[in-house]
Design a protein around this ligand. Structure first.
Ligand code: PEP
Ligand code: MN
Length: 362
């Protein structure tokens, strides 16, 4: 069950309610969604909750999300949640947010060249992996800490907020110091210690769907972040494994609409990893927008043939520019738009201020 509290509920009100719930036999988990505290009370009986909450003016509603991922459910929030990335830029509203960049950070020149190109075409977030989850241990594993430094420096120079992947719970703090959004990759989609730790960072968490995860399993993974009190989850559909072998994975665009029906969380699509082919990235990006996605994550490389990771699926800067033109023409028909101005990412050193304020009640 879900209990929503009024905006004016104090820490003391919340603590008292949670104690009383505990006395009634129920653990509760809280998250500040859209400025209000929401409590998930798993397994609670409606009549019993009514009795515990009776006469408390801070309680504005009790609802049954009918799912095991209550905080992410539509019952927990009044409308669509938005995830702030930089002043004036958030995911989940009218803006269709395009994040683009190399699959892996390879060098300063490579990152600068690609970041400048994608920003010039209208991308508002820079993607790039410093830690790469490679299927083969002999493949390029990413630059590690020097890659993080390059991302941070490029963000400072261009003003683009950064999204980069973290692979291990012990690296969350280090990666969080160099990025605006923590990415959890498809291969870690159910690595719950990692997801919990990323949630505790307070930074937005981009949660890729595992390629063999159902929508419910994906939503449960998001719940691990929300339960840490961190409301800033971006779900990312990146293709699932099916019997089809003509594309790298199968982009499940219906999942975008299904998640929108079930959850208040924003959803983006990664057509690059989903399709594995630049010529398929273009139609799948346009289709993702039409399906209701809130943005896309796209691999771009200025010299795909020499890329150290996933060059075969990267758009060239020229192809990316052409795609952005088509997207810009399509979005108004969908009631969306590309962000009106380039964001200026909060400097990483001052970014703590943009993190989720920790709830003082645990
Ligand atoms: C990536 O975005 O760099 C990546 C590795 O994607 P995925 O986890 O979806 O395979
Ligand atoms: Mn990749």
């Amino acid at each position: 069950m879900i209990i929503t509290l009024c905006a004016g509920a104090t820490d003391q009100d919340i603590a008292q309610l949670r104690t009383d719930l505990l006395l009634a036999g129920y653990e509760s988990y809280r998250c500040r969604l859209q400025g209000r505290v929401t409590l998930a009370v798993p397994g609670a009986d409606r009549d019993r909750l009514d009795r515990v909450t009776k006469g408390r003016p801070v309680v504005t509603g009790i609802g049954d999300p009918g799912t095991l991922s209550p905080l992410g459910s539509r019952v927990a929030a009044a409308g669509d949640s938005t995830v702030p990335l930089a002043p004036g830029l958030s995911v989940g509203g009218k803006d269709f947010v395009v994040a683009a960049g190399p699959c892996a950070v390879e060098s300063k020149t490579q990152l600068d060249t690609i970041a400048d190109a994608v920003a010039d075409s209208g991308a508002v977030v820079l993607r790039g992996g410093a830690y790469k989850p490679r299927t083969s241990p002999y493949a390029f594993q990413g630059l590690g800490p020097p890659g993080l430094e390059l991302l941070a420096a490029t963000s400072r120079r261009t003003g683009l907020p950064v999204v980069t992947e973290v692979l291990e719970p012990g690296d969350v703090e280090r990666v969080a110091a160099s990025t605006h959004v923590l990415q959890i990759g498809a291969r870690n989609a159910q690595n719950f210690p990692l997801i919990r730790e990323a949630g505790r960072s307070g930074l937005p968490v981009l949660l890729k769907r595992g390629f063999s995860c159902t929508v419910d399993e994906w939503l449960h993974a998001a719940e691990y972040v929300l339960r840490e009190g961190n409301p800033h989850v971006l779900l990312c559909e990146r293709g699932i494994r099916t019997f089809e072998s003509r594309s790298r994975f199968t982009p499940d665009l219906m999942a975008v609409a299904v998640v929108k029906r079930l959850s208040h969380l924003p959803v983006i699509v990664d057509p690059s990893h989903a399709t594995g082919s630049p010529d398929l990235v273009v139609p799948m990006t346009l289709a993702a927008a039409a399906a209701g996605a809130d943005g896309v994550l796209i691999d771009v490389h200025h010299d795909p043939a020499s890329a150290l990771c996933d060059g075969g699926q990267a758009l060239t800067p020229e192809n990316f520019r052409s795609l952005m033109g088509r997207l810009g023409a399509l979005l108004p028909a969908l009631g969306r738009r590309l962000p009106l101005s380039q964001p200026v990412a909060p400097p990483l050193s001052a970014r703590d201020r943009t993190r989720v304020p920790a709830l003082s009640v645990s």
